[in-house]
Write a protein of this length. Structure first.
Length: 211
């Protein structure tokens, strides 16, 4: 009986740990894909602020999610995603971006170029908090031959401020006793809204491209 109880306990711990690992990988993968694979151009909300805020809330309400591991991974995924976008922009340039979607996305690219020309180094940092700019600024910085070390520092600053900052806001909001009781509802709302908004954006772009 003691052996069986211990076995059940170990199995439950393994399942809990596995669930936490899957959660980390999904969040980190979405953050990376948002800019590194240009997924954020089609589903900007599910790879953006709402995702981080909801992840922070879930971490605060779950015993299996370590907030330190979560935010470090998010910051790293955001940083690497922008690095990939920058390299794609530098080596493949404008033709790559011109194949990224319909008129709506092309308009966002033009808008992003103007934003980059106006703000330079700061554009990479500020872009992290702007759905359309977050996707294209790294690639456009690469196309514009931005100094690599300047991009490196601005990318690091933006990844930390956005990735870690917003996740911690969600985490500490849920840690507040007045909020914690409804934290799961808040997280569910953000996740659902992100999925719906992302799907509508993707559908609108497909219709515009078809037209």
């Amino acid at each position: 009986m003691v052996y069986t109880a211990a076995l059940d306990g170990n199995l439950n711990n393994l399942l809990n740990d596995t669930g936490a690992i899957i959660f980390y990988l999904v969040i980190w993968g979405l953050v990376f894909a948002g800019t590194g694979l240009f997924i954020g151009a089609f589903i900007p909300f599910i790879t953006g602020d709402s995702l981080l805020f909801a992840a922070g809330i879930i971490a605060a309400t779950s015993d299996n999610i370590n907030i330190q591991i979560l935010v470090l991974g998010i910051g790293l995924a955001a940083f690497i995603g922008d690095q990939v976008g920058f390299i794609l922009g530098r080596h493949y340039g404008r033709p790559y971006l011109e194949n990224r979607g319909g008129p709506k996305i092309q308009a966002a690219i033009i808008k992003t170029e103007r934003f980059y020309e106006k703000y330079g180094w700061w554009s990479v940092v500020i872009a992290r908090f702007m759905p359309w700019a977050r996707v294209f600024i790294p690639a456009i910085a690469g196309i514009g031959n931005m100094n690599y070390y300047k991009f490196l520092t601005s990318n690091f600053t933006g990844a930390v401020a956005w990735g870690i900052g917003i996740t911690l806001v969600g985490y500490y909001a849920a840690s507040n006793p007045a909020v914690k009781s409804v934290a799961y509802i808040i997280a569910g709302f953000f996740i659902t809204a992100s999925i719906i908004a992302g799907f509508r954006t993707w559908l609108a772009d497909r219709k515009a491209k078809a037209a």
